[in-house]
Design a protein around this ligand. Sequence first.
Ligand SMILES: Cc1cc2nc3c(=O)[nH]c(=O)nc-3n(C[C@H](O)[C@H](O)[C@H](O)COP(=O)(O)O)c2cc1C
Length: 377
Amino acid sequence: MTDIKILFETFKIGSTNLNNRVGVAPMTRTSASPEGLATDQMVSYYTKFARGGFGLIFTEGVYPDDKYAQGYLNQPGIINDEQVQAWKKVTDSVHDEGGKIFIQLMHAGALSQGNRFNKQTLGPSAVQPKGEQLAFYGGEGSFPVPKEATKEDIAEVIQGFVNAAVHAKQAGFDGVEIHGANGYILDQFLTDYMNQRTDEYGGSTENRVRLLVEVSKAVREAVGNEMTVGIRISQGKVNDHHHKWAGEEKDAEIIFGQLKDAGLDFIHVTEYEAWQPAFPQAEGITELESEFGDSGATLAALAKKYSNLPLIANGYLHDPDKARKIIEKGEADVITIGRGALVNGDWVNKVKNGEPLKEFVAEEFLSPDATIKGFEA
Ligand SMILES: Cc1cc2nc3c(=O)[nH]c(=O)nc-3n(C[C@H](O)[C@H](O)[C@H](O)COP(=O)(O)O)c2cc1C
């Protein structure tokens, strides 16, 4: 084993100086108040990661508008001043511990299973999502058929991300991550079978990635250069774990090539399959494995190759040696850890000190639901 010190080097991403290259992945915990306010329990939860040495913390997916964006009951939002003030307690506390924190803005679209503003769901087309609602976020049964987004709806989606990003800046976040992954609305536009549109947002891969590019550009314009802005991209989805882009590397070239010129500071890739071992029926791949056939290129490598942007990689990288490898190979600049951080809130300090890491046990953390456990409110 070569040196894992590479993980603990400083790194500058956008305008944000990180103490090291290890971050906490975004994780929905449905632990906010019913009005979408971050709670004192959430302050403790996020602060623990900063105290434990993580250089960067991504929040859970946060809803950006009061239309169709909210995905889960008790999900936090960032749509009004009350929510901004609640988040400010989180960002202040993380900063006091020397950490940096990026908010993930998530519009659930057709995968919404709990929206206090709206019973109807929105998608690129009136196509029923595959799979079942997520029980550990309080859902059950199949997803409804969404309403096909009109041009006005699309404009509202973009404006929602813009308003939320401006609110995030007021709340003291160091950066914004646009959730373009895991099956939510931006990924629905990108996904061939969900997007049956015949206008400029549908059809070719260039057209299907258009909304992701438009949101990225609009957010950048709204927050300026002093706030770091990135996007998360995956193939797999919470409701369709093994989805792959039909055009394989050609699609990767178009998607990451278009995002290259969208004003972004980073791309964060994840393979949804990677975290399925959290669940009994699951099998996993790591972010280190070849994406399409035997070419050997990982999604991280393809994202870097075609976007030339700083790259954050996620998926089964809680083994320090795997984390080291992907950075050493030059495929990623920063790595994030999801489940491994839930069990090792001090993963960075432990690895630095050569202390043993705890194994993730789904039943302890995500049963009967995904709410935060083990933190005093
Ligand atoms: C409880 C839980 C909630 C999650 N919520 C989100 C989320 O809100 N946004 C997101 O992009 N990914 C979410 N994910 C996926 C993680 O960010 C990450 O991609 C996944 O856990 C794989 O990384 P790991 O192998 O380090 O756990 C969630 C994962 C878990 C375990």
